[in-house]
Write a protein that binds this ligand. Structure first.
Ligand code: TTP
Ligand code: MG
Ligand code: MG
Length: 365
């Protein structure tokens, strides 16, 4: 196999809850839930592994979590504390390589191919990282080691919490075969449903499906599915990942049922997104909306312009159409969350300064 990279994926265990249990020892060993208000419409951001035994998980309503485990301890997030720990972890990772791609506050990919050139094993680096994180931050971090991002990420999840798992190249296919397709990067619930209707449940099923069939069904994504089913993933570890989108979303204290009201809220959010874009000198081509229905079904709809946009009125223009599309997707329009994003970003100032340059040349001519 030509792919000789060594990739590590690390992810902290029950991150927000673990920070709380570290900082408040009386919480250790107890079901701890970090998130919104169980008396209101809050959701669970995360919970300790003790709470997971009761079936509680991220994104569940806090009210439901309380009914599953009435003695659970509910805490509001302390984002500053989580950011501090995150920065500390990222500093530890930088001792081993600068090829680090953070995915969120608590997780990152590392490409340690160069670091292992002098004979140190990637798994040794993973062990050292885990030990340093525990010693210096009092938190546990799980790690996965493999030859690409897809497998490294699956590996870090495999022995959670406080686990380490290695998938060497010769074991990649065997590891993947029995997994359900939903475990794969980029295979969401809608795709799982479609694949299932085609009789494709496991990664082995997926591998045994002709690439052309997948492309016919899913287009470009189908080609990706065919690749990852074979354990192939050439995505590089990208340090300091550029921002992918700018967005705003809001959960309402009461569900919305009136389309005009939804539209005016979306427009207001578009104004905020536009302001963020301008403040950061960004512009983007794609406007997306997110609609979460009362039953938690969530749909996203997007529209792409041929040129970069950032003005509120341009974002507004496609909102009515997007909202109609989102609402027509079956569920009755009772809505708990709305969001607006602009993605396919580029540096707005580049296009602005190019335009400025052209003007300058024109006036000189
Ligand atoms: P995760 O790494 O997905 O979850 P976790 O660290 O709590 O638990 P584990 O990795 O052991 O399964 O997310 C990291 C943090 O991000 C999590 O502690 C809280 C926050 N988060 C949310 O706020 N909302 C969410 O829906 C999710 C999934 C995470
Ligand atoms: Mg985590
Ligand atoms: Mg994570």
């Amino acid at each position: 196999m030509a792919d000789l990279r060594k990739i590590i994926h690390v992810d902290l265990d029950a991150f927000f809850a673990a920070v709380e249990q570290r900082d408040y020892p009386e919480l250790r060993g107890k079901p701890v839930i970090v998130g919104g208000d169980p008396a209101g419409r809050g959701v669970v951001a995360t919970c300790s592994y003790e709470a997971r035994h009761y079936g509680i998980h991220s994104a569940m309503t806090a009210a439901r979590a309380r009914s599953l485990c009435p003695q659970a301890i509910f805490l509001r997030p302390r984002m500053e504390a989580y950011r501090d720990s995150s920065r500390q972890i990222m500093t530890i990772l930088h001792r081993y390589t600068s090829l680090i791609e953070p995915l969120s506050l608590d997780e990152a990919f590392l490409d340690v191919t160069a670091a292992t050139a002098n004979g140190i094993l990637a798994v040794q680096i993973a062990r050292e990282i885990r030990a340093s994180v525990r010693q210096e931050t009092g938190l546990t971090i799980s790690a996965g080691v493999s030859y690409n991002k897809l497998l490294a990420k699956l590996a870090s999840d495999w022995r959670k919490p406080d686990g380490l798992f290695v998938i060497p190249p010769e074991k990649g296919l065997a590891f993947l075969s029995p997994l359900s397709v939903g475990k794969l990067h980029g295979v969401g619930p809608a795709t799982v449903k479609k694949l299932s209707a085609m009789g494709i449940h496991t990664v082995l099923d997926l591998r045994n499906t002709p690439r052309e069939t997948l492309i016919a069904q899913f287009g470009k994504a189908g080609a990706w599915f065919a690749e990852i089913a074979r354990g192939r993933d050439h995505r590089p570890v990208q340090p300091s990942r550029a921002r992918k989108s700018v967005g705003v979303e809001r959960t309402f204290p009461q569900n919305l049922e009136d389309r005009h009201r939804m539209l005016s809220i979306l427009q207001e959010m578009a104004g905020q997104v536009s302001a963020h874009l301008q403040a950061q000198g960004l512009a983007g081509r794609t406007v997306g909306i997110k609609v979460r229905f009362a039953d938690f079904t969530t749909v996203t709809r997007a529209y792409s312009y041929s040129q970069s946009i950032w003005r509120p009125e341009t974002i507004h223009a496609c909102l009515p159409g997007l909202l109609d599309k989102a609402l027509s997707s079956g569920s009755p329009p009772s809505i708990r969350l709305l969001g607006v994003t602009v993605s396919s970003l580029n540096k707005g100032e580049e296009s602005l300064s190019n335009a400025g340059q052209m003007n300058l040349l024109a006036s000189e001519a």
